[in-house]
Design a protein around this ligand. Sequence first.
Ligand code: NAD
Length: 496
Amino acid sequence: MQTLYSLIGGKSVSDSGQRRGKIFNPATGAQVREVALASKSEALDAVAAAAAALPAWASTPPMRRMRIMNDALSLLNKARPELAKMISEEHGKVLSDADGEVQRGLEVVEFCLGIPHLLKGEFSENVGTSIDVFSIRQPVGVCVGITPFNFPVMVPLWMFPVAIACGNTFVLKPSEKDSGSTQRLVEIFHEAGLPAGVLNLVQGDREAVETLITAPEVGAVSFVGSTPIAKSIYTTAAAHGKRCQALGGAKNHMLIMPDADLDAAVDALMGAGYGSAGERCMAISVAVAVGDVGDKLVEKLAPRVRALKVGPGNDPQAEMGPLVTREHADKVSSYVDQGVKEGAELVVDGRGLKLQGYEGGYFMGGTLFDKVKPDMTIYKEEIFGPVLSVVRAKDFGEGLNLVNSHQFGNGTAIFTQDGRVARSFLNACNIGMVGVNVPIPVPVAYHTFGGWKQSAFGDNGMHGPQGINFYTKLKTVTARWAGNAVGAEFTMPVLR
Ligand code: NAD
């Protein structure tokens, strides 16, 4: 069985500590790889390798950094099927969805190909007599990225290509649940000619994270994962003087207005609620039925949820795969128990699903609750599974209030044919990413991805303009090369 080791300074570190993690194929329950969990000293070695590579990389002209990106992009395009297969095998999502994940990640690399343009500063000529002011964007230094299990290729690609294109060096710590594809991704960047130490991979868990986010050489920390960990990473990193962007969990609501195209809304809810078994931070987990639309909506949804094709990720007929681990499947199932106990109406029950030939897999069928109330646990907390809750709202105002009162603020959507209603919604909701007749409004790579409220800590999101902002420090220069000597001035300098 393959053991995944950290890649530090361009080399595989096979003398890791004794601790080992297990990676399973969630469709069968069989272990497929083991991961050598990095010790504290190994994590520090990765930081040291990144620090050693920094001066040469930071002074490499952006155009040359970009050429390596370009070569990486070609290799990644060729490796797409291989990466998708690994994602599907370790995460469980269906192959077509895994391929979509790789595609969305590659788009960030494509965005980075324009980096010389994005790093251009500003220039103001003659702000005072013979004085010019200009600003330049310089790399932050050694950056750390910590990523979740649900996008083992796409979320790392939100971070390190942008960071290294800006001249930083990087240490990536992926989720220990499914880091095989992440390892392959990092290898590909090395095959493209990335110098040793510019991108380091630490295979590890909490111990590695705690070391990385407090290491003195680290300048910036990017995190994506659950809210409690995001909050603690943000607090600790900030207390150690680092800039930090920490994206957390979600509970994305979709408002279905009485005038919405109901068939389109049902299609959208099926894909956004049950795609990737609901293990997406932009999944729709709450359908807010506004006005009298509730009964019709549930009537149309229920047979579709019952008919969901659940199967292993490599079955081309499957629409939804298993959950990532046995523990996670049990946790999602126990949320369903809790919903029933608290009085929600269980319309479709996906608990206890067994598939012939895959008895050891972590499967669960699509689950649909109706008449969910805001004080129920299944409404308040992120379930991160194939469980959709329908909440009834008497009018638009009540629906909007639900969205705005929830602790999370990652994504939301409205389905309506009325432009004025859509405009009021997108203007008044306190959510980071909004869809109008689009259920999963994940921004393209040249815009910024990021939530509000408990879904994100820090003031810069991933990729797009804020990604560049996060991974660069702005330096502003005021220069005089000519003109009369002014003599000693004891007042605040005033430009004349
Ligand atoms: P997680 O928080 O359990 O783990 C994320 C990372 O943190 C992993 O690398 C893990 O090893 C590390 N980690 C876990 N516990 C830690 C601890 N105590 N101290 C330090 N590090 C620790 O998240 P997950 O289960 O891998 O991913 C699912 C979560 O990620 C969901 O909540 C989902 O909404 C969220 N997510 C958010 C976004 C977003 O953009 N907002 C995107 C994807 C996933």
